[in-house]
Design a protein around this ligand. Structure first.
Ligand code: CUA
Length: 326
């Protein structure tokens, strides 16, 4: 009867046991003090009860020793919780540098997932065992939340921006995926399955499930020329738009003099709202592509831009940079 009834979800990621340990520590501390307080209330109620009608209690003048004890012990305990929690928090929110990227777009009411290799899936996520996976997520409509209890991982998926989360699966199997933010009528059906596979099986799966033989970056390249991005973003100096070669995750200087990092969010904003952060030396003439490209398309374009490495044309960047500083 209770085979389906688990108090705790499975432990299937590198973070899960760490989160559990912290959780049990806090439960333990709370239980200890709860018991202590209940016990003392009971004992004192009996011990110091009024024994005769005319009994008047003695005034209490305070005790420095007691006050110090009940201040210092909780202080130390809460600092331990704070430090432990902060270390865990940074661990959870800092993906390892070698993590593989997987892109998630939430919409009412499904999870759309793209792998850099070009594979796409809906309400399913296949990942290799023992590899850190970074999820780059956004929503096409309202706020959703990507929740995999077995990984102790939950992150809101917000329209208009990218949020990231990461995990490293430590056990093969199938795990529940939930939407954990009420998002409308079928919120409760916005569920799915995460499949953790041996790395070899994952490679097989990638090949088996490849719909098109194109990677995300290749699809992005097609979109890039369909939309005519290349007519302005040329590599030559004097082009109407800045060259995008090697721009991903690099610092760029804006018209306002401000320096910003050309990360995923910046590139997304520049596609959908181009005039908000214009690169120094260029006019705010780029039209918006809002409504013409879906969130999935934007991710493909970013994947393409990311694939344009320095090595392709380093001299162009030098040229545009020296020109800008003049
Ligand atoms: Cu999506 Cu709830």
């Amino acid at each position: 009867m209770f085979s389906n009834f688990q108090i705790f979800p499975e432990v299937a990621s590198s973070m899960a046991s760490k989160v559990d340990a912290f959780y049990f520590f806090m439960i333990g501390v709370s239980l200890f003090f709860f018991t202590l307080v209940v016990l003392l209330v009971t004992v004192f109620a009996i011990k110091f009860r009024r024994k005769s009608e005319d009994e008047t209690p003695k005034p209490i003048l305070g005790s420095l020793k007691l006050e110090l004890i009940w201040t210092i012990i909780p202080f130390i305990l809460s600092m331990v919780m704070f430090a432990w929690g902060a270390v865990l928090y940074f661990d959870m929110y800092t993906p390892p540098a070698d993590a593989m990227n997987i892109y998630v777009v939430g919409k009412q009411w499904m999870w759309k997932i793209q792998h850099p290799e070009g594979n796409r899936e809906i309400n399913e996520l296949h990942v290799p065992l023992g590899t850190p996976v970074k999820l780059i997520m956004t929503s096409e409509d309202v706020i959703h939340s990507f929740f995999v209890p077995a990984f102790r991982m939950k992150m809101d998926v917000v329209p208009g921006r990218y949020t990231t989360a990461w995990f490293e699966a430590t056990k093969t199997g199938e795990y529940h995926l939930f939407c954990a933010e009420y998002c409308g009528t079928e919120h409760s059906e916005m569920i799915g399955t995460v499949y953790v596979m041996e790395p070899g099986d994952y490679q097989d799966w990638l090949e088996r499930s490849a719909v098109a033989s194109k990677s995300m970056a290749e699809e992005g390249a097609e979109l890039y020329s369909q939309l005519g991005c290349n007519t302005c973003h040329e590599q030559e100096t004097g082009a109407r738009g800045p060259s995008l070669v090697g721009i991903h995750d690099r610092q760029v200087q804006l018209m306002t003099g401000e320096l910003v990092k050309a990360d995923d969010s910046y590139l997304r904003e520049s596609i959908l709202s181009p005039v908000s952060k214009v690169v120094a030396g260029f006019a705010p003439i780029m039209p918006t592509y809002k409504g013409q490209v879906s969130e999935e398309d934007v991710l493909k374009l970013i994947a393409y831009i990311q694939s344009l490495s320095y090595e392709t044309a380093p001299s162009d960047i030098e040229a545009t940079e020296s020109e800008r500083t003049e």
